[in-house]
Design a protein around this ligand. Structure first.
Ligand code: SF4
Ligand code: SF4
Length: 301
């Protein structure tokens, strides 16, 4: 067991990734913790339903013996994609966390290489932010985003079930960043007043991210000038002093031709998109947001 853990540590350290391990016995606690937010009216019924549908709280059958969750933090840049619309060029931001698949699969392969049995490793569709904070891998910011030392909030979390006698359980109380106690920059900057003064759970039903990731119309009270990213929102992360160093890491990753931009704006469904365009969107995981891209681009133009 020691060798496997050392190997995992070595592999992930080389990549600048960080990780922690918890026992999967905490899954019911995690589920209850989210329910409690709803009971205490910190999140609305709609948000509670939304997250309950999104996460899986049943442990997969193949990892039923020695059950652990490995949670990994991956440093992420702000990505920029270029569109050409009606002869003009537009750079749109994709915040950290949205582009994930390559690293998600890469870590799975590393685990497979170390633990040698694909039947005992599974992707875990769990509330990663909560697990990361409870495991000590990260701390909450006032904006309810997960901050990892050496990455700030510019990180992506991935989690995996593993059936292996690891005998480790990093499980503690949630912690918040000390810096937040005397800071309210994100609270003042949030365009939708989502961030609370004495509470680290934001009004998720007001967050721009919730609206621009979903297909419903933007409510009238959303200021059209507040839109800032192709999906998601960078305002509270960009003003945060903890991110000063990390927010400079921006990368132009992809350009869409005039024709491709036009097709995306038309809002065509995935199954009738040209194969190459579909592939291109998939390479940055934006195929998952195809139904909202057209609307989101229009409000950014
Ligand atoms: S802006 Fe200030 S209060 Fe908000 S997360 Fe960053 S340090 Fe905390
Ligand atoms: S992501 Fe944007 S809308 Fe949501 S809390 Fe942060 S600043 Fe506010």
């Amino acid at each position: 067991m020691k060798d496997e853990l050392k190997n995992l540590n070595d592999y992930l350290f080389k990549l600048n990734f960080k990780f922690k391990i918890i026992s999967a016995k905490h899954i019911p606690e995690i589920e209850q913790e989210i329910k409690q937010l709803y009971i205490e009216k910190k999140i609305t019924k709609t948000i509670y339903r939304y997250v309950s549908k999104y996460y899986q709280f049943n442990i997969p059958k193949n990892v039923l013996n020695e059950r652990y969750i490995i949670i990994v933090a991956i440093p992420q840049k702000t990505s920029i994609v270029n569109f050409k619309i009606e002869g003009k060029k537009f750079d749109f931001i994709i915040p950290p966390t949205y582009i994930y698949k390559a690293n998600q699969d890469r870590i799975y392969k590393i685990l497979l290489n170390i633990f040698k049995d694909s039947k005992k490793i599974n992707y875990a569709h769990t509330p990663k932010k909560l697990i990361a904070v409870r495991s000590g891998l990260s701390k909450y910011g006032r904006n309810n985003i997960s901050y990892v030392e050496g990455m700030g909030s510019f990180n992506r979390l991935e989690s995996y079930y593993i059936d292996f006698p690891l005998n480790i359980d990093n499980w503690d109380e949630e912690s918040i960043m000390e810096e937040c106690r005397k800071c309210s920059l994100c609270l003042n900057a949030c365009p939708n007043n989502c961030i609370r003064e004495n509470e680290f759970v934001i009004k998720a039903d007001h967050c721009l991210t919730y609206y621009n990731e979903n297909l419903n119309d933007f409510p009238d009270w959303v200021d059209v000038k507040s839109h800032n990213s192709l999906v998601g929102c960078m305002v509270c992360q960009n003003v945060c002093p903890i991110n000063k160093k990390y927010k400079k890491n921006k990368e132009k990753i992809l350009s869409f031709s005039e024709k491709e931009s036009e097709i995306i704006i038309q809002g065509l469904e995935k199954n009738i998109l040209p194969l190459n365009l579909n592939k291109k969107l998939k390479s940055i995981n934006m195929d998952e947001y195809l139904p909202v891209l057209s609307r989101n681009i229009r409000v950014l133009m």
